[in-house]
Design a protein around this ligand. Structure first.
Ligand SMILES: [Zn+2]
Length: 657
């Protein structure tokens, strides 16, 4: 039995999740609670299945095993989760071989030296008379004692060997280890201190261990910011400063704010904004995003803006693009949608800072303004549209064209619904008709997408093998999306649709109870597109007497939604114009519901099949096979009605064979 199996056998996922702050109550064969990974307070969407030892959220589709839960909830990587769960299960991790043990011991020594050095720098700052320049700096930046303690801020003396002498002579660490930790540099006359006359910001990993240091020069020394070099502990491009202190706040707020500097982070935390982190003077990388993704699905960027129109922020975004390309992902991550596609579910918003001011200045001067700027952060596409068209005169055809030249490449990064929303927005901004924008997009998108696929599918030097077909998920997704949009349109237009769908789904669930328990019976349980869900939630939140009852009141209601919901609702209601009014709408809605429910069941079966492949415990395999049989029976009962010879078929209307 592998360690992982042993842990699985010794941990009950229901106990585990309960003990980590998610209240669960029994509901049939599963347990339900409010999801810790998305804002969820009305209907519990988070399900835990003791028999498969798995969880699944019907709101945000977070899913997986105890390992996935711990990784995501605690922001740990797999190794971290393994250690935590092993400890919980009372299992000793596999004895390691000699090389591993040596490596572990070395890491432990370097961590220890870093910890000692951090305390030393902090002591020098607070207590030595020669630490005065450091104290002046923190006072000037308005950093208070509490923040100095929390971030363990320190000062390195203007001295070539004070720290080295302390670590080597007094504490007994070896020259080799002190150099390996990056604290001293070998020189002709012996090792000397790397950090001299600098404010020291200890850099900690998510577990709070000191893995390196950032030093800001006082005086004219270059570089202004000096980091620990790459060491076995420290990978500069992967670290987020402040993450250990921000972790819980990021998860609670379901929002991570990324700023540029140490002092921005410290000032934010000092003023109670604890979900703030910073990369170490590098571009925001995929490694950064991956760490944040374990904690939240919303990343806000407040990178320094300058008076010339947020150029710095734009540069920041460009570097996301570049960094990802360099890693060979082949997918540009410029837009929220691009991030969604690449990172599964991180969206990015841009905080617009007043020209020429850094986050720490804004926060220190006016915390309420900062809060407001965060709340008003723009989705990445809105930000681009605004930034790229600022100062252009849309009555001048030449400038209109310039605007389109900038915007079209961005629009081409978007998919389906999002693209329609932003084409409409681009029309509003530029005054160019959306049909024309779509034409321009089509002309451009085709070759662009082709190149991208080719790049994605072909590893460099050896001539590429015949490119495999692009991932098959997309046509299915597109079909799903269309079906979902059509069902939602019908439900908004004809109030009785909602009731009919509920009745249909309840019938299905009642007939195959065991599988039925896995699926809700509300129309909202069929919707997976966030914009669709938001529109439907808005509908349900509208008092009965104010709900639209005909085409005209529906138009008026749609206008009250606010963007981007209004644009999206208009697009999805567009399709109703192509169908004969008040005929067979219930039949069509039910047909949509069948398609969507069947897709959900099949996806679930797919998930179980995936799980099956990684299992070797016979009993568990049998349990999962049983589930798959139940789900298949559930899917089986969802039959497609025959095509009508009298009425236009839904499948033709939606362009599906
Ligand atoms: Zn969720």
């Amino acid at each position: 039995m592998s360690v992982i199996d042993e842990i699985k056998a010794n941990i009950d996922i229901v106990d585990l999740i309960n003990s980590m702050g998610v209240g669960l109550r029994r509901s049939g064969r599963s347990f339900v609670g409010f999801c810790p990974f998305h804002p969820n307070s009305r209907t519990p969407a988070f399900h835990v299945y003791p028999d498969t030892q798995s969880f699944y959220c019907f709101g945000c589709h977070a899913s997986g095993t105890a390992f996935d839960f711990v990784m995501r909830k605690q922001g740990l990587d797999f190794k971290g989760a393994l250690e935590l769960l092993a400890e919980r299960a009372g299992i000793r991790l596999e004895p390691k071989n000699d090389a591993q043990r040596q490596e572990d011991a070395r890491r432990a020594r370097l961590l220890e030296i870093n910890g000692v050095a951090a305390r030393y720098f902090n002591y020098v700052l607070l207590n030595l008379s020669r630490g005065a320049p450091g104290r002046e700096y923190v006072a000037r930046r308005g950093i208070n004692q509490e923040a100095i303690d929390a971030f363990q801020i320190g000062y390195s003396l203007d001295d070539w060997g004070h720290l080295f002498t302390y670590l080597h002579d007094k504490k007994g660490y070896s020259v080799e280890d002190i150099i390996a930790a990056g604290l001293a540099i070998p020189g002709e006359r012996g090792p000397y201190d790397r950090f001299r006359n600098r404010i020291i910001f200890p850099i900690r990993n998510v577990r709070g261990e000191v893995i390196g240091f950032g030093g800001r020069a006082l005086g004219d020394a270059q570089p202004k910011y000096l980091n620990t070099p790459e060491t076995p502990l420290f990978k500069k491009s992967e670290v987020l400063y402040g993450l250990d202190l921000a972790r819980d706040a990021i998860r609670t707020a379901n929002r991570a704010i990324v700023v540029e500097g140490y002092v921005d982070v410290i000032t934010a935390h000092q003023h109670g904004f604890r979900n703030v982190v910073a990369p170490l003077g590098t571009a925001l990388s995929k490694a950064h995003i991956n760490q944040l993704k374990r904690l939240t699905d919303a990343v806000y960027l407040a990178l320094d803006a300058d008076a010339a129109g947020q150029k710095a922020t734009l540069r920041g975004l460009e570097t996301i693009r570049t960094a990802t390309e360099e890693e060979g992902e082949g997918r540009m991550v410029t837009t929220a949608q691009g991030i969604v596609r690449l990172e599964n579910d991180v969206t990015i918003r841009i905080i617009r800072l007043p020209a020429g001011r850094d986050p720490d200045e804004v926060i220190a001067a006016d915390p309420a303004l900062w809060q407001q700027l965060v709340e008003q952060a723009a989705p990445v596409m809105d930000f681009y549209l605004e930034a790229y068209t600022a100062g252009l005169d849309m009555h001048d055809p030449a400038q209109q064209r310039l605007a389109l030249e900038r915007i079209i490449p961005l629009l081409s990064e978007l998919d389906g619904a999002a693209q329609r929303v932003y084409v409409a927005r681009a029309e509003q901004i530029t005054g160019v008709r959306s049909e024309l924008i779509v034409d321009l997009l089509r002309a451009r998108v085709q070759p662009a997408r082709r190149n991208e696929r080719a790049r994605r599918n072909s590893p460099p030097p050896p001539p590429p093998p015949p490119a495999p077909a692009p991932v098959a998920a997309s046509p299915l997704d597109e079909r799903r999306r269309k079906t979902e949009a059509y069902l939602l349109a019908l439900a908004l237009r004809y109030p009785s649709v909602n009731v009919a769908i509920e009745k249909l789904l309840e019938e299905y669930n009642a007939r195959r109870r065991e599988a039925g328990e896995l699926f809700g019976a509300g129309l909202e349980d069929l919707l997976e597109e966030p914009l669709h869900q938001a529109i439907w939630r808005a509908y349900l939140a509208t008092p009965l007497e104010l709900r639209p009852t005909d085409a005209e009141s529906l138009q008026a209601w749609v206008e009250t939604l606010g963007e981007p919901l209004t644009s999206e609702a208009k697009v999805l209601l567009e399709v109703l114009k192509r169908r004969p009014d008040d005929v067979r709408y219930r039949h069509e809605a039910e047909q949509c519901a069948r398609i969507l429910r069947k897709a959900q069941v099949l996806a679930r079966i797919h998930r179980y099949n995936e799980r099956l492949r990684e299992l070797d415990n016979e009993e568990e395999i049998q349990r999962i096979l049983h589930h798959i049989r139940e789900l298949s029976a559930y899917a089986e009962q969802i039959t497609q009605p025959r095509r009508s010879s009298t009425f236009p078929d839904l499948r033709d209307l939606l362009g599906q064979g």
